[in-house]
Design a protein around this ligand. Structure first.
Ligand SMILES: [Zn+2]
Length: 87
């Protein structure tokens, strides 16, 4: 390896131990639930999930899971969201 590449690898190792450097704005994942697989993710300030519970309440266990998994990398506005009251 040349010295520039070695230097980049070393920097990446340091950065990887400083997760607060990274903020996620958009993410799209395939989530394998117990009963079905859902597309779920974040676009800007809006979470989305194709499951029925999310369609009714704007929140679901899948979104809540991603908020936990990626919590360190999320802005407060999208890290904690409220369930929409049923009409
Ligand atoms: Zn869901």
């Amino acid at each position: 390896m040349n010295s520039a590449l070695i230097s980049m690898v070393e920097k990446a190792k340091r950065y990887a131990n400083e997760p607060e450097r990274i903020t996620i704005h958009d993410v799209e994942v395939e989530f394998r639930g117990n009963n079905a697989t859902h597309r779920v993710g974040l676009r800007g300030d809006e979470w989305h999930c194709e499951c029925d519970h999310f369609k009714a309440h704007a929140l679901c266990a899948h979104v809540m899971t991603l908020q936990r998994v990626f919590g360190t990398h999320l802005r407060d506005e999208v890290r904690y969201t409220q369930e929409r009251a049923t009409a």
